[in-house]
Design a protein around this ligand. Structure first.
Ligand code: PGA
Length: 252
């Protein structure tokens, strides 16, 4: 599968800082032909980001979405609106949203379904175990359970793309990524679970499995040759254009 790298800026920048960074990305990545590089800024800047990055190789993604098409849902943004604003990707179920916004797997499931219901919007579904799950040997169970709850019963069309981001919660923002062999192991578990749900053909054609959690330009080298890895979701290190560029260079 084609590799992908996604920058998740979370709520770490002001709008002016985001715009400045988008311009720097545009300049830095101008010779990056036909590579999948995605920037996920704050939702209120998606429109401007899409306009700035039009006709470049960079794509725009959102950090969240709501599951209904329209209605009395104060403060929410629909999948269709994201498409209208030029988004091609949307992060769903990030562990920070689960923690601070109490997003649960029923909500995540509905969001995935809603996103797959519109054309040309690719969900980036975040899953990953907590430190406690790892300590108590529940990691495999947690990953399979999260995948089943997120995707169980959803019909995926031949032309639809789905990205699963494996992000061990304890590695996010910690500065310490996990052992590459551990990532490889978890990615295999994810593939097995997806195989049970959708079959190998669909995994090969429709799914990409990426890693996220304290990736930087130094440790990315250790992950890059892993067999079951299709890319990275990068938080902290994506706020520095030179650092992010170095990571991207390692991948492509
Ligand atoms: P990090 O964040 O790279 O800062 O660990 C990753 C993420 O939360 O997606």
């Amino acid at each position: 599968m084609k590799k992908i790298i996604i920058a998740n800026w979370k709520m770490k920048l002001t709008l002016n800082e985001s715009l400045e960074l988008i311009k720097k990305f545009k300049e830095k990545f101008k010779n990056f032909q036909k590579k999948e590089v995605v920037v996920c800024p704050s939702s209120i800047i998606l429109d401007e980001a899409s306009k700035l990055l039009k006709k470049t190789n960079l794509q725009v993604g959102a950090q969240n979405v709501f599951w209904e098409e329209k209605g009395s849902f104060t403060g929410e943004i629909s999948p269709e609106m994201l498409v209208e604003v030029g988004c091609k990707y949307v992060i769903i179920g990030h562990s920070e949203r689960r923690k601070y916004l109490l997003e649960n797997y029923s909500m995540i499931h509905k969001k995935i379904k809603a996103v797959l219901n519109v054309d040309n919007l690719i969900p980036i579904i975040c899953i990953g175990e907590e430190a406690e799950d790892k300590k108590t040997d529940k990691r495999d169970f947690v990953l399979v359970d999260q995948l089943q709850q997120a995707l169980g019963g959803i019909n995926i069309m031949e032309n639809q793309q789905i990205i699963i981001a494996y992000e061990p919660v304890w590695a996010i923002g910690s500065g310490i990524s996990i052992e590459p062999s551990e990532a490889e192991y978890s990615h295999k578990i994810i593939k097995l679970a997806l195989n049970d749900m959708f079959g190998m053909k669909m995994i090969n054609n429709n799914f990409r499995i990426i890693y996220g959690g304290s990736i930087n330009s130094k440790n990315v080298k250790d992950f890059n040759n892993l067999e079951n890895l299709d890319g990275f979701l990068v938080g902290g290190a994506s706020l520095d254009v030179n650092e992010f560029y170095k990571i991207a260079k390692e991948i492509f």
